[in-house]
Design a protein around this ligand. Structure first.
Ligand SMILES: Cc1ncc(COP(=O)(O)O)c(C=O)c1O
Length: 383
């Protein structure tokens, strides 16, 4: 290979066009750097792509998760059921609200939260279950209908962490329409980027309004939203504690421009996945990730058998391939062990999968040659 990835091929990377650059430059030449018209335009474009009634932008996926948990009503002593096999932010957002993350095991068939395990831990939670929070891991569309059934038994809501799953779908339903609230991330390795950024989609206008309140200090300006008497056009009232979690105009312009190429990004990711399948499916000592027609392939998560993952990781890194591990199970992080008494052995499927997991390069600007190179090096690493 002879290109900019000669020395190092990352596992994920943004794809930036001249149009993206011009969109950002236009904002810098204009009047609004934050709180201007681009925010709403990006949100409307996003909502209409997903098919949801509302999309509310945030300064990161983590801020979006925090807001969604708050708006779902997670308060001290409330339980939230979620997979341990996720990024720490899913669980952290529950802790920010004072709630208790109750982990459940994953399914090897989907690599997502196992509905059976979620149902069992919800029953044993020993307190109110406020939210079930499945994660569409790697871009595999989690079966939200299943989780809604479990949530209904507890009077809980479903908040989906779809940080990996923009563009994923089950049948004709895009991820982002079924859950009560769905969270996306726009970190540079994700399907589209705004540098940092996130979004919550929902069909509830009450949730959308509350999400906007939370992202901007808990302040209202409209007379009809005041709790105390309104004193005039200059007045504003802080009706609950909020944050500055707003996404700026520069990021929204980049997001808007990136959204135009989202269908081609997803198509290229699917193509790369099918090339990997062609080249790697006959290799022994390796499992390939579950496929689904609506998979949007944020990550291509392989599993290396026979305890050889770390060896493969080192070999591939030395070959200039930026493999990663997604994830160390959240219940095994020191914070969760110390604060919530989690321990090894709690979630055997998760621990076993995590011990062999490897994320290999997957991003739209990768060429077929890069895929060949990665597949060849994986074969070498296991020979
Ligand atoms: C599953 C999951 N949840 C949440 C996040 C947090 O998103 P952000 O980095 O935009 O805060 C990420 C980001 O990597 C993620 O992968």
């Amino acid at each position: 290979m002879s290109d900019k990835f000669d020395k190092y091929l990352p596992y994920g990377r943004q794809s930036i066009s001249e149009e993206d650059i011009n969109a950002v430059v236009d904002i810098l030449r204009g009047d609004w750097l934050t709180m201007g018209p681009t925010v709403e335009r990006f949100e409307n474009m996003f909502a209409s792509y997903i098919g949801a009634a509302h999309a509310v932008s945030f300064s990161s996926g983590t801020a979006a998760l925090h807001a969604a948990m708050h708006v779902a009503g997670v308060s001290p002593e409330d339980n939230v059921i979620l997979p341990s096999f996720t990024f720490a932010a899913t669980a952290n957002s529950v802790v920010y609200c004072g709630g208790k993350p109750i982990f459940a095991d994953m399914s090897r068939d989907t690599l997502c939260l196992d509905p059976e395990s979620a149902s069992v831990v919800a029953q044993k939670a020993g307190g109110p279950v406020k939210v079930i929070a499945p994660v569409s891991y790697a871009g595999y569309p989690a079966d939200i209908g299943e989780f809604k059934k479990i949530a209904a038994r507890h009077g809980a809501l479903v908040v989906e962490d779809a940080s990996h799953a923009l563009g994923a779908a089950r049948g004709d339903k895009k991820i982002g329409v079924e859950a009560d609230m769905t969270v996306f991330s726009f970190h540079p390795v994700k399907h589209i980027t705004t540098a940092e950024g996130g979004m919550v989609t929902t069909n509830s206008s009450d949730f959308a309004k509350h999400l906007k309140l939370f992202r901007s200090h808990g302040l209202v300006r409209d007379k009809k939203d005041f709790v105390r008497p309104y004193e005039g056009a200059w007045d504003n009232d802080m009706i609950e504690i909020g944050y500055n979690y707003r996404l700026n105009e520069i990021s929204c312009a980049l997001g808007e421009s990136q959204m135009k190429r989202l269908p081609s990004f997803v198509a290229r990711r699917r193509k790369i996945a099918s090339l990997y399948r062609e080249k790697l499916s006959s290799l022994s000592g390796l499992s390939l990730p579950p496929d689904h027609p609506g998979h949007s392939y944020h990550i291509f998560a392989i599993w290396v058998a026979n305890g050889r993952r770390n060896e493969a990781f080192e070999f591939l890194r030395q070959s200039g391939i930026g493999v990663q591990v997604h994830y160390v199970p959240v219940h095994l992080h020191t914070y969760y062990r110390q604060k919530f008494g989690c321990k090894e052995g709690d979630f055997p499927v998760t621990e076993n999968f995590s011990a062999g997991q490897l994320s290999i390069p997957m991003f739209p600007d990768m060429t077929d040659e890069h895929v060949d190179f990665v597949a060849g090096k994986i074969k070498e690493s296991l020979s």
